[in-house]
Design a protein around this ligand. Sequence first.
Ligand code: 9UX
Length: 72
Amino acid sequence: GTLLGQFSIGGMTCATCVNSVEGILRNLPGVKKAVVALATSLGEVEYDPLVISKDEIVNAIEDAGFEASLVQ
Ligand code: 9UX
């Protein structure tokens, strides 16, 4: 199955930041789709909960130097 997670992402100040967060997310095992918006600081991620957890997604964003928290 697939779940949709919405994450608030802090520290993105330009389009390159957005591309880099999207690239990080899309390279994670279990992530099927990731769209990040600079204007809202939100990332929407479709993922397989059998492969990756919300906490692991948050940690991957933070490991790249951004802040992340789960919205829903
Ligand atoms: Mo450019 Mo975005 O250095 O943080 S990638 S501002």
